[in-house]
Design a protein around this ligand. Structure first.
Ligand SMILES: Nc1ncnc2c1ncn2[C@@H]1O[C@H](COP(=O)(O)OP(=O)(O)OP(=O)(O)O)[C@@H](O)[C@H]1O
Ligand SMILES: [Mg+2]
Length: 346
């Protein structure tokens, strides 16, 4: 085998870190890889050093590389601890996806919750963060209003354990505050709260961490874009042209050079109405094709249409997101979007 970075990566993909149940490449543990002549150098980032698993993984990596490239190869593998590399508990999260819109009430939370379920059904490990500090909706949508995340201490600091429901790891500011009291957050407090949900929580290994954003383009969006490595944003719109004017503003913000959250695509929510007694019928109340047109105008992919269905609101209110119902046409629509998203990260 020729020694190139990509062939080394391929070999290292065969080395499993059992503590996190995946290979060291996909876990993002391989760092500063250099391949030159007869030398292969890289750092291996572990949650902490001094554990038996460190030597096991180092040994397995050495063996795999020698088997692939010959015994004479010179290897320099340096184990380092996550904290020394300045990485936090999000190290095991492979893809962070934000669900955003410039407009309120278009269905961001509905899309985030049901997309999380559809991604999970497709075989991904999924977490959902409710970053709508001002009006959290995840606790109600998942029927977890009365639950509280656990907390444990690690190196003198509290670590939050997300709540798990329907196989999804959940966190929301709603779990920490009294839902009967109005939430009045000032910008800096809101961003501190978001940082705690993201960085002070034990998310473990996840394929996707879906983030439900508040409407608009405020502090929360800015913090997320500047402080975290977000893999992409999904933009939600409804078919009306008035909605799109606001949506366009948000999309443009993510495109700005200093923020650069890649836009993964546009979802058209409430695109058409399907009566429950004739699920094959589609009534395009606001006209068909608007979502596709908006996506073309923004020059981003169109990810799909989600119908209006009275069961969506009811299921959101009673804690069973509609995408759990395998017979619903809405579930089918979300499954299709999930497949398109997963394809982007393969
Ligand atoms: N496709 C749909 N069919 C029927 N009702 C829907 C649909 N999508 C969302 N809704 C309902 O519309 C309301 C607003 O949805 P949601 O809370 O998801 O919007 P949002 O964009 O997150 O709002 P906010 O800007 O307040 O965060 C909710 O009552 C929800 O149940
Ligand atoms: Mg919302």
């Amino acid at each position: 085998m020729t020694r190139t970075k990509s062939s080394v990566i391929e070999v290292l993909k065969g080395v499993i870190y059992f503590a996190k149940g995946d290979n060291i490449v996909d876990l993002g543990m391989v760092d500063e890889l250099e391949v030159a002549d007869n030398n292969i150098r890289f750092r291996l980032v572990f949650p902490k050093l001094g554990e038996a698993s460190v030597n096991i993984v180092m040994g397995a990596a050495t063996k795999a590389l020698k088997a692939a490239f010959g015994e004479e190869i010179k290897l320099e593998i340096t184990p380092i601890a996550e904290k020394d590399k300045g990485r936090g508990p999000l190290a095991g999260v492979k893809h962070i996806i934000a669900v955003a819109s410039g407009k309120g009430g278009v269905g961001k939370s509905t899309v985030a919750a049901n997309l999380a379920i559809a991604l999970s059904r497709a075989g991904s490990q999924v977490g959902l963060v409710d970053a709508d500090i001002y009006g959290p909706s995840v606790p109600m949508m998942f029927g977890t209003e009365n639950m509280q995340p656990g907390v444990y201490e690690k190196e003198g600091k509290p670590v939050i354990v997300p709540i798990e429901k329907y196989g999804i790891k959940l966190l929301s500011i709603g779990y920490f505050v009294d839902s009967n009291k109005p939430l009045v957050w000032r910008g800096p407090m809101a961003t501190t709260a978001l940082n705690q949900l993201l960085s002070d929580a034990d998310w473990g290994v996840l394929d996707f961490l879906v983030i439900d954003l508040p409407p608009g383009t405020g502090d929360i969006q800015l913090t997320l874009a500047q402080s975290y490595s977000v893999n992409g944003a999904v933009i939600v719109t409804t078919p009306q042209k008035v909605a799109f004017a606001d949506v366009k503003r948000a999309a443009t913000m993510f495109k700005q050079e200093k923020l650069t959250i890649p836009l993964l695509g546009l979802i058209e929510n409430m695109a058409y109405f399907t009566p429950s007694d004739s699920p094959e019928k589609k009534y395009f109340i606001f006209g068909d094709g608007h979502g596709q047109q908006f996506a073309d105008e923004l020059d981003i992919p169109f990810l799909g249409q989600i119908p209006i269905d009275e069961k969506i609101a009811a299921s959101g209110d009673n804690g069973n997101p509609i995408a759990l119902d395998e017979n619903s046409p809405v579930t089918k629509a979300f499954d299709e979007v999930a497949v398109r998203l997963r394809e982007k990260f393969q």
